[in-house]
Design a protein around this ligand. Structure first.
Ligand code: NAG
Ligand code: NAG
Ligand code: NAG
Ligand code: NAG
Length: 478
């Protein structure tokens, strides 16, 4: 039990040391030949300063020369630092400064750790030995970067793209009695068609390496033919009767697929022509990335070719995919243009709505129905009832807001169509009809009876009504 007080004594010294000497940095990594500055400070005047670097203890005196020289503001302010030049490999380990105590006779020390970087060995990539995999296979690889000081840092890449998903926690180990560290990291991944042909790279970075070291392997992923869109039937547009027709279907497959076309009772296995060479199935052309152009050439498109269905089977060792191909002499429907038309229509409708809202707000603000009067149609009021003879013409007092809405819809729809068509250069009889219709479109305001002067006006859109009145109604009014 005599050891116990001694132990506590040591502990005390350690605590006192830690409290008294402030050492910076606590840890540093340097290459051989680099420089390091270590600074120890105490809050009192000192008259000596020593630093232990590697096996040697240096006495530091300001203005002395050498590999380890004094650094600091002066002993009188309690600073004992060292500028350590030309770091040597054997200095890897602890550096301690030794200073006189404030009181008593036991010197105080501060300790920091210097890691003299040592380049790791070449990275090793350990992965399944087979040269190719199937789509969906879980691929696992391990990268080992041995004997670095400190441990190397591992990053994974697929070609140039960093792999983050599926990387496991790295494990750092070292041989007993050695300060060199070996790092291992695993990566696992469900292989996809896009991975095929890419290179899996384990990159090792380290303080003492000017450029990273790499180990890599190629990934080859096999998969059965896949269609590029979901529909099993394909239509080839824009063919011209009596001219050459090319039916091409793009598929993705690895390895290279075989193509077989069936035209009526003729079967052609690419590359092959039929008897009179009027139809030729071409060898699938690799477009890159596993995409293949599979083409059938009709030397001269006949009327009956257009009515036929062509069947195509694309197969490799892993599976097959069937297509039916039809021809059309029409141009491909221009989906984009239609969409543009729709957008223009929507934009016009929105602008129209904003104008309508603005007009109503303006009318309300100035307390008059500025444009209803101009169009010669007087407003009708749902609840007041007494307004005038227009009621009989435009629907009467019982006309509900719902029917007004219906009328608005009826009036607005042909108008929207009118505007969209107006943006297109075509002029046909439709325009005249629409012009006729336009005469029947009148703008009117529907004011709801609930509204009173002191109530805040409900959202003004409620009152923007375009009432469609047909000729008959106009006549009964007169
Ligand atoms: C270095 O110092 C640390 C405490 O700072 C200590 O635990 C370690 O044993 C020392 N290493 C050597 C080699 O002296
Ligand atoms: C890492 O991969 C190796 C071989 O590739 C395997 O033996 C080891 O179990 C894996 N470790 C983990 C943590 O998955
Ligand atoms: C794919 O096939 C079509 C029809 O044969 C052809 O016009 C096109 O140039 C081909 N594409 C490529 C990249 O070879
Ligand atoms: C035919 O080939 C052209 C040009 O390579 C391509 O743009 C087109 O999408 C292909 N058609 C089909 C159905 O794959």
């Amino acid at each position: 039990m005599a050891a116990l007080p001694a132990f506590f004594g040591l502990l005390m010294v350690a605590v006192v040391t830690a409290q008294n000497v402030e050492i910076t940095p606590l840890k540093a990594v340097r290459r051989v030949g680099d420089e390091l500055i270590v600074l120890c400070k105490v809050p009192y005047r000192i008259d000596s300063c020593r630093m232990t670097v590697g096996p040697t203890s240096y006495r530091l005196i300001p203005n002395n020369q050498g590999d380890v020289v004094y650094h600091g503001q002066g002993l009188e302010v309690g600073e004992c630092g060292a500028q350590i030049k030309h770091i040597k490999e054997e200095w890897n380990g602890n550096i301690s400064c030794v200073l006189p105590p404030k009181t008593g006779s036991i010197e105080v020390t501060g300790t920091m750790q210097l890691l003299v970087a040592r380049a790791p060995g070449d990275p090793q990539l350990i992965s399944p030995p087979q040269s190719s995999f199937k789509e969906g296979d879980i691929f696992m690889a391990q990268c080992i970067v041995p004997n670095g000081r400190p441990a190397a840092k591992i990053t994974w890449f697929l070609d140039d793209e960093q792999v983050l998903a599926g990387t496991h926690q790295p494990i750092v180990t070292s041989e007993p009695g050695s300060d060199l560290q070996t790092i291992r990291q695993n990566v696992s991944r469900a292989l996809t068609a896009d991975d095929s042909g890419k290179r899996l790279v384990c990159r090792a970075e380290h303080e003492s390496l000017d450029k990273p070291k790499e180990a890599s392997r190629q990934l080859l992923v096999n998969y059965p033919p896949k269609r590029l869109d979901d529909s099993s039937s394909i239509t080839i547009f824009g063919l011209k009767i009596a001219e050459e027709g090319r039916l091409n279907v793009t598929v993705r497959a690895n390895p290279r697929p075989h193509a077989e076309w069936t035209i009526g009772d003729v079967k052609l296995t690419a590359p092959q022509k039929n008897e009179d060479a009027s139809i030729e199935a071409l060898e699938p052309v690799h477009l890159g990335g596993g995409y293949y152009n599979v083409t059938l050439v009709l030397a001269r498109v006949a009327k009956e070719d257009v009515d036929r269905t062509y069947y195509l089977t694309v197969a490799n060792d892993l599976g097959r995919e069937d297509f039916s191909v039809r021809l059309s002499t029409m141009d491909e429907p221009a989906g984009v243009e239609l969409e543009t038309g729709a957008i223009v229509g929507i934009v016009i409708a929105v602008i129209f709505l904003i104008i309508a809202i603005f007009l109503v707000v303006f009318a309300k603000a100035t307390d008059r129905w500025c444009f209803a009067e101009r169009n010669g149609v007087r407003d009708h009021t749902k609840s007041s009832g007494e307004s005038s003879d227009t009621e009989s013409a435009v629907g009467g007092r019982e006309r509900s807001r719902l029917s007004a809405l219906g009328a608005r819809m009826r009036a607005a729809l042909p108008r929207a169509r009118d505007r969209v068509q107006a943006t297109e250069p075509t002029t046909d009889t439709d325009d005249k009809i629409l012009a006729e219709e336009k005469k029947g479109v009148v703008y009117a305001e529907l004011q709801l009876g609930e509204q009173t002067a002191e109530k805040p006006p409900p959202p003004s859109t409620e009152y923007a009504e375009i009432v469609y009145t047909d000729k008959n109604q106009q006549e009964t009014k007169e």
